[in-house]
Write a protein that binds this ligand. Structure first.
Ligand code: PEP
Ligand code: MN
Length: 273
């Protein structure tokens, strides 16, 4: 990957760490959780409180939703961001939210602690450049048909504009397998660490699309060396307006995060022994 002037491990020996609120991405194991979409104030705030009480580090929630169908729920937009802001004030959790349009990047940054660029927009170069011009960390999801090299070149677009704070997120790729929604490619986690200094997280919710698989693949993500996990949590998953089949209840999240933290401790002692 000779074309990577900034994202390459040869360009910067020490690994990138990004301090956000009380946690440092790239050093602490970070759990980002929350609903796929911000739907109502009650749904978001109740979920945020549950995420906080269970020990989550940040709240995620989409106010702008990139949907396959133009007729599907597209998100609450500005109203959704105001709800996220309220959830942040109530819980203290930093906010992770997606931007889908380059024109929205700077003002969404007034509400977001991390801006997310989704899988469908990984190669939206004008969006990447705009994200490179702001002073907020960017969570860059892997495109569903993208190689590691293509993905890192997209991170390079952001870095090249002056924003050094990029977090990669593996969210599953399209393969011939249809049993799962996507194939969570966990080999990309240690692979990325061989070539880039950027932190990398795993998203077992989109990576599997199946409730029963989120637990095992979250634990597998820890064991792959991921720097954190992103999980979808909803107070009433069956009523969710997007991704209803993959959102954990607060109770399931609480059980899972306990196992994740426990495994992470054992993992560290094994790897460092
Ligand atoms: C999401 O995080 O809700 C989302 C739309 O993710 P992805 O871009 O990975 O599909
Ligand atoms: Mn989703």
């Amino acid at each position: 990957m000779k074309d990577l002037k900034l994202a390459s491990i040869d360009a910067k020996k020490e690994r990138t760490t990004i301090k956000i609120g009380n946690v440092t991405v790239g050093r602490d194991f970070v759990v980002i959780a929350g609903p796929c979409s911000v739907e109502t104030e009650e749904q978001t705030i109740k979920t945020a409180i549950a995420v906080k009480e269970a020990g989550g580090d940040m709240l995620r929630g989409g106010a702008f939703k990139p949907r396959t169908s133009p007729y599907a729920f597209q998100g609450l937009g500005m109203k959704g961001l105001k709800i996220l802001d309220k959830a942040k004030r109530e819980t203290g959790l930093p906010i992770v939210t997606e931007v889908v349009d380059a024109r929205d990047v700077s003002w969404v940054c007034e509400y977001a602690d991390i801006i997310q660029i989704g899988a469908r927009n990984m190669q939206n170069f004008s969006l990447l450049k705009e994200a490179g011009r702001v002073k907020k960390p960017v969570l860059l999801k892997r495109g569903m048909y993208s190689t590691l090299s293509e993905w890192l070149n997209c991170a390079e677009y952001i870095l090249a504009e002056g924003n050094p704070d990029v977090i990669l997120c593996e969210r599953g790729i399209r393969t011939f397998e249809t049993y799962t929604r996507n194939t969570l490619d966990l080999s990309i986690i240690p692979s990325s660490k061989e070539v880039t200094h950027l932190p990398i997280m795993a998203d077992p919710s989109h990576g599997t699309g199946k409730l029963s698989l989120i637990g095992p693949m979250s634990l597998a993500s820890v064991a792959s060396g991921a720097d954190g996990i992103l999980l979808e949590v909803h107070i009433d998953p069956s009523k969710a307006l997007s991704d209803a089949s993959q959102q954990l209840t607060p109770a399931a999240f609480k059980t899972l995060i306990r196992k994740i933290r426990q495994l992470k401790e054992s993992y560290d002692s094994i790897v460092n022994s």
